[in-house]
Design a protein around this ligand. Sequence first.
Ligand SMILES: *Cc1c(COP(=O)(O)O)cnc(C)c1O
Length: 358
Amino acid sequence: MTPEQLIRPEIQRLSAYHVAGAAGMVKLDAMENPYSLPDDLRAELADQLRDAAINRYPDPHAAAVQLALRQAFGIEPAYDILLGNGSDELIQIVASALAKPGAALLAVEPSFVMYRMIAEFTGLRYVGVPLRPDFTLDEAAVLDAIEREQPELVFLAYPNNPTGNAFERGAIERILAAAPGLVVIDEAYHAFTGGLSFLADLARFDNLLLMRTVSKLGLAGLRLGYLAGKPAWITQFDKIRLPYNINVLTQVAARFALEHVAVLENQAARLVVERERLLLALSALNGVQTFPSSANFILFRLPDAARVFSGLKQRGILIKNLHGGHPLLDNCLRVTVGAPQENDAFLDALRAELELEN
Ligand SMILES: *Cc1c(COP(=O)(O)O)cnc(C)c1O
């Protein structure tokens, strides 16, 4: 028996999620927060981690983490929380639970690639609806596709990755009203939006679930995402969550960091200021087209993205090349907003590369 004979053909056709090597580079490719915790907090965290009982299984419900999330982000007792090993795991849990034969997952394109990949893993029929060329939501096309395909599950990233924009709220509300199944609003970039959120809308829509992660806020290494929603939904999904998916060290560190969430939010606010500075500087460059962002990254287009991407890489700057990922992303690059000196290094290298073009 060979792997080719045994493995599902759709899995064989997939390529693994690619993560670029970044040793020694200015790393602006993965929407990480460039700042660490201040020294006094790191010392306190080290004390707590020293005492962590790594010989024991973790609390299966991570109750202390759940409480810290509720307090940090104002999640009301009326809603239950499901924790994931990153929000990627939550996408997988929800998709697995809904994957009846023939069931569909609908997402817009371009958007977060894991929606499509996880649809494939779980055997859901994937329906992708293109955004408009300016990356705004094509509401009529989405409503048509919902009517035609009757998807069990819709994923919308708000703001969207890799485009950075937040779709029009009214359009999302009409999608929520029209969808026959669940709609998950993925607010991975909530910290950078100045308060845009559908959290308060959980009360209005029975088919809404809200997903967030602490990754982009500055805790990407912990792998912690959360899904908030009505208990009737969360209770079902909790059945297929593996019992100890949030490990002891993550529970200790996340609870500690969330008790100091103001520090992380302050870092996010500094990144928003940097985002606006970076956006202005990019827009001023000849031949560069920028797109608006409510997140901690900026999408931009230039005449020869592949050449500039590898030129930047040779200069020690790693960003993300989106060219070839989707027809609408023709000649597009995405840069994560870093610390001021990282952004300056990126801008200097980009200016030098654009000079070569003239
Ligand atoms: C980064 C990202 C995630 C994944 O977050 P993790 O919690 O690190 O798995 C989910 N959704 C979107 C839209 C993202 O950009």
